[in-house]
Design a protein around this ligand. Structure first.
Ligand code: HEC
Length: 110
């Protein structure tokens, strides 16, 4: 045991425990990795569950702005943005499913 621990070991331990508890309390929900919605299995083959595609064939989605993701998905769905693969994947998604995917991918840290 080092001298500082012998002198104030229990007090230090209590302080550390308190700080740990406080840190847990103060940790915002966003700091936890977001849980993928079930529907992400539709996107994962190309974009990955973590949205970290990173090339022209698999554009990165992680951390992309939610407004951008939503607009792109709506445009693919309506056919305004033309891409046969993306269209066929999103054409049957409802607004709620699109929202889930937007929230999920935009909260991932790229
Ligand atoms: C078959 C492969 C494939 C699947 C499955 C797929 N994507 Fe894509 N996605 C692509 C490709 C390729 C592009 C690039 C389109 C282009 O070049 O315009 C793209 C583009 C996008 C973009 C636009 C990215 C940008 O930077 O503008 C978004 C957003 C997107 N996909 C989301 C999704 C979501 C959400 C799903 C699941 C519902 C999904 N994709 C499923 C292949 C796929």
């Amino acid at each position: 045991m080092t001298p500082w621990m012998r002198k104030s070991g229990s007090r230090a331990a209590a302080a550390i425990a308190m700080a740990g508890g406080l840190a847990l309390l103060l940790t915002p929900a966003a700091a936890q990795p977001p849980r993928p919605p079930t529907i992400v299995t539709l996107c994962a083959p190309c974009h990955g569950v973590k949205g970290d595609g990173g090339d022209v064939e698999k554009p990165n989605l992680a951390g992309q702005k939610s407004i951008y993701l939503r607009l792109q998905l709506l445009a693919f769905r309506s056919g305004k943005r033309k891409h046969p693969q993306m269209r066929s994947v999103v054409r049957n998604l409802n607004d709620r499913e699109i929202d889930q995917l937007v929230v999920y991918y935009s909260t991932l840290v790229p």
